[in-house]
Design a protein around this ligand. Structure first.
Ligand code: MRU
Length: 367
């Protein structure tokens, strides 16, 4: 999508065909800093420290991480070591496992001298496929926004989103934000309520920044404001992303998503989840078995911001000595999800719904 009028992606192969370019998302919204990854350890660090984040971008970065590993050493042990290093970075987004296993399977079939080139090619294909997938999600999601528009006699459609499921969380377009970008580009009047998304503020820092850069009207709200707005009829629909969706339609996403889904149900607000198919974990039947990441309590105890001087600083916001717990994702049961928006269309959040779009998965029995 656009940054200062220029098209931009979140990850790219550098012109030398070796290094991998990323945006350091920990610097946004105050600084647009690009970084060059050149080793698998740098790719793993970028994922773990959340320089890159969002389920599809984690997957694409991991794929390039495997390629960086093969560039340094195309041996069998290096494949295993790279896969292990990358898989250990973050536990919830299943796109990571999907991408690493895809590369591992491919590379093991090849002689060592062909592995690096094949890995770069496959990582590039994964990145391109993500863009096409998200563009398809956009096309399938726009009619849902237009339906809301029809009920509003031409007034702006108010859409609430949580965390960042925009282009920064993918290679381009985003998932939850993809239909919003396309609707906006087609002239549909949209306005986005952006949950700040404590503790790391992906909504306030990233979603607000990318919507602003693309010119989409939006308002940042405190995480706890969504229920109030829904009660007042000020939210027409919710669209969120997901890090892992079970074969039965339960949805893991950024902590706080579940509470928004409950508020949406209580107020009759449609609650949609947008996802590319690599985010579906066909092996799981129950969202309660999805591993939920816990991160450092420091992320909760401190907050980053720009001082009046222009300096970006971290400040502590809880008392010294108070313990803090930082649960990063939660699970919204399928019964609260109005529908899933995938690259193949919109379906009920259920096993039958997902299989109606992905019939080739009928043989996979979730445990
Ligand atoms: O911890 P993060 O920032 O990686 O969490 C991101 C989310 O929760 C997104 O909603 C999810 O990955 C979907 S991204 C298209």
């Amino acid at each position: 999508m656009k940054v200062a009028g220029q098209a931009m992606r979140s990850i790219w192969l550098e012109p030398d065909g070796a290094g991998v370019g990323i945006i350091d998302q920990t610097r946004l919204p105050f600084e647009l800093r690009m970084l060059r990854l050149i080793t698998v350890d740098e790719a793993a660090h970028a994922i773990r420290a959340m320089l890159v984040r969002g389920a599809p971008l984690i997957g694409a970065t991991a794929a390039y991480g495997m390629a960086l590993a093969m560039r340094a050493d195309p041996g069998d042990a290096a494949i295993a070591r790279a896969a292990e290093t990358l898989l250990a970075t973050r536990p919830t987004a299943v796109n990571l496992r999907w991408a690493v296993e895809d590369l591992r399977t491919l590379l093991k079939q090849l002689p060592a001298e062909r592995r690096a080139e094949a890995a770069y090619r496959r990582a590039g294909e994964i990145a391109e496929a993500d863009v096409a997938t998200n563009r398809a999600i956009a096309a399938h999601g726009v009619p849902l926004i237009r339906q809301a528009l029809a009920r509003k006699a031409g007034k702006a459609v108010h859409i609430l989103t949580h965390c960042n499921a925009g282009w920064l969380a993918t290679v381009d377009w985003g998932t939850a934000l993809a239909p919003i970008y396309l609707a906006h580009d087609e002239g549909v009047p949209v306005h986005v309520w952006v949950d700040e998304t404590r503790p790391r503020n992906q909504g306030a820092s990233l979603t607000a920044w990318e919507l602003g850069q693309h010119g989409v009207p939006h308002t940042v709200i405190a995480d706890n404001a969504g229920g109030h707005l829904m009660q007042r009829g000020q939210v027409d629909l919710c669209i969120v992303g997901t890090d892992r969706t079970t074969a039965t339609g339960d949805v893991a996403n950024k902590i706080g998503t579940y509470l928004k889904a409950l508020a949406a149900r209580d107020n009759g607000v449609p609650f949609y989840v947008a996802l590319p198919s690599p985010t579906i974990d066909w092996t799981l039947a129950d969202g309660r078995t999805i591993p939920i990441e816990e991160r450092s309590a420091d992320e909760l105890a401190e907050i980053a911001g720009r001082l009046a001087s222009g300096e970006v600083a971290r400040v502590r916001v809880i008392p010294d000595g108070s313990p803090a717990a930082n649960y990063v994702f939660d699970v919204t049961p399928a019964k609260y999800v109005t529908a899933l928006i995938t690259e193949r269309g919109v379906c009920p959040a259920s096993r039958d719904g997902l299989l109606s779009l992905f019939p080739e998965r009928k043989a996979t029995r979730p445990g």
